[in-house]
Design a protein around this ligand. Structure first.
Ligand code: FAS
Ligand code: PHB
Length: 391
């Protein structure tokens, strides 16, 4: 087969990129190792930045989001006894939307179906070849067991943190940065109405807790646990007790409503970045190039920002033979990636106690400054609600 852009990975980055390329008249083929059902069922991100929603609206992909999603003005930051609302709309005029990645994945899949996009699910043995030529290709085994070769003008590595694209860049041609945090998140999905109107990020001496949600009847909550935690050691009762203590400590008149837990998992916390995000005709986007801890709700939104930059660069390269945008892609993408990497690290290290008394006083001082200073609150709001895509 031949196409203009071979896209590896049918997650948010890969599907949105194929949509953006098609709107620019560029053909692509998407190959995905998992089944469509698996990809669409993965429970991951829950917050869409202002810029992400604006982009989806501009592509006429925001209808279901605006019908089923929930716009939030801000978040609550909390320490025992004090819950403080940070109002992004008042501070920076931008809101965020609660809309699960599973729902966005479904919307993108339906839009690509309607456009007749070729997506091959269930592939294996994906390999990238001839990346430093103008005729790279991807070989793989299709679901029916046949060996395939996909020739392209460019390859988009949208295959996440464990895909082959990142590793296809020779060690001599890239630099990586990594920070592994000494804690993880235990996340639950529960069939119970949220006990809050907007997200609560709570610092507590026992550990961080986050109250998010997916709908008026489904809550999404997380609590800090040791990094190697076995999720089976946390019974439902133990989870609700810990969440209730960490989210409710000293908050008079507030209680956390418990309910049936329908999903439970432990999410490790790390920051990772590989640069440059390009090697020859291979371009990396999304988790294939960078990982952020979920505290800042940036992972999915960064993947969107990457492909919003990559699509016009690939259009200029493969349709018009103009390489300038493609040559500038990595540097432009990395400016936002490092900004979001810092913000995610800052939110994470501010809110997760490590048992070090000095660190904990610094965390509380920082939290109290953000909650009491317009400058501090505006800094958080600007980063959490998201900078304009072309910033
Ligand atoms: P993805 O990982 O979503 O997609 C990559 C795709 O490539 C996958 O479907 C994979 O199967 C496929 N692939 C891999 N190897 C392949 C191969 N060899 N051949 C073909 N295909 C291959 N972000 C937030 O903003 N907020 C959150 O709350 C949040 N929570 C998260 C919770 C969890 C448990 C995880 C794992 C991540 C979370 N994230 C969160 C981050 C997450 O949402 C990612 O940022 C987002 O999925 C990135 O999208 P992609 O770059 O498309 O990568
Ligand atoms: C979620 O709803 O899954 C979520 C929200 C905000 C975060 C992380 C996860 O910072």
């Amino acid at each position: 087969m031949r196409t203009q852009v071979a896209i590896i990975g049918a997650g948010p980055a890969g599907l949105l990129l194929s949509h953006l390329l098609a709107s620019d008249g560029v053909d692509s083929v998407v190959i995905e190792t998992r089944s469509r059902a698996y990809v669409e069922a993965r429970i991951r991100a829950g917050i869409l930045e202002h810029s992400t929603v604006e982009l989806l609206d501009s592509l006429r992909l925001g209808h279901t989001l605006r019908r089923e999603g929930h716009e939030h003005r801000g978040i609550y930051l909390q320490e025992p006894g004090t819950r403080h609302h940070i109002d992004f709309v008042d501070l920076v005029g931008r809101s965020v939307w609660v809309y699960g990645q599973t729902q966005l994945q479904r919307d993108l899949g339906q839009a690509r179906d309607a456009a007749g996009q070729q997506i091959e699910y269930g592939v294996s043995h994906t390999q990238l070849h001839d990346l430093t030529t103008d005729s790279p290709c991807v070989t793989y085994e299709s679901e029916d067991g046949r060996d395939q070769r996909l020739d392209a003008d460019a390859i988009a590595g949208c295959d996440g943190s464990f895909g082959p694209s990142r590793a296809a860049v020779p060690g001599s041609a890239h630099q990586t940065w990594e920070r592994v945090y000494p804690y993880a998140w235990l996340g639950i999905l529960a069939d119970v109405a949220p006990s809050t109107d907007e997200l609560i990020y709570a610092w507590h001496p026992d550990g961080f807790a986050l109250h998010s949600m997916r709908s008026p009847t489904v809550s999404r909550l997380y609590l800090q646990v040791p990094p190697e935690t076995d999720v089976e050691t946390w019974s439902d009762d133990r989870i609700w007790t810990a969440l209730s203590e960490r989210l409710g400590a000293g908050i008079d008149g507030w209680t956390l409503h418990a309910g049936p837990i329908t999903d439970k998992s432990v999410l490790p916390m790390r920051s990772f970045l590989q640069a440059p995000m390009r090697f020859g005709r291979l371009f990396l986007a999304g988790d294939a190039a960078h990982i952020v801890p979920p505290t800042g709700a940036k992972g999915l939104n960064l993947a969107v920002a990457d492909v919003a930059l990559l699509a016009p660069a690939l259009e200029a390269l493969v349709r018009k033979g103009k390489p300038a945008l493609a040559d500038g892609y990595s540097e432009a993408a990395l400016r936002r990636v490092w900004r979001c990497t810092h913000f995610s690290w800052w939110m994470t290290t501010m809110l997760h106690p490590t048992g070090d008394p000095f660190d904990e006083q610094l965390q509380l001082s920082q939290l109290r400054w953000v909650c009491s200073s317009a400058a501090g609150a505006t800094g958080l709001a600007e980063n959490y609600a998201g900078l304009p895509l072309r910033s």
